[in-house]
Design a protein. Sequence first.
Length: 119
Amino acid sequence: QVQLAESGGGLVQPGGSLRLSCAAPGSVFDAYHWSWYRQAPGKAREIIATITTRDVTSYSDDVRSRFAISRDNAKLTVFLQMDNLKFEDTAVYYCNGRLRLEGDPRFRWGQGTQVTVSS
């Protein structure tokens, strides 16, 4: 069973940067489209970035031009580089994979990694 493991979160000032990682050991990693999601307090989980099996990327309007998703198939890991962080980026960040872009997340959710943007 694949256990997703997100890491790299922390406390950062507005305008700062963080790089998140998500390892998916035991998965057929390169067969999946991978996405980052986040859940802010009191809000539903939302998808913010996706990288397809062909390395095509897409972003929500909130993070486009500030965040960058990438993947390393050899390391079974997906990354999220977050720059110019804002207060409203505070959330728990999760990753998950889909076999089809229109499908549902395939794996059980991991613990996520907390990102807090505060001065």
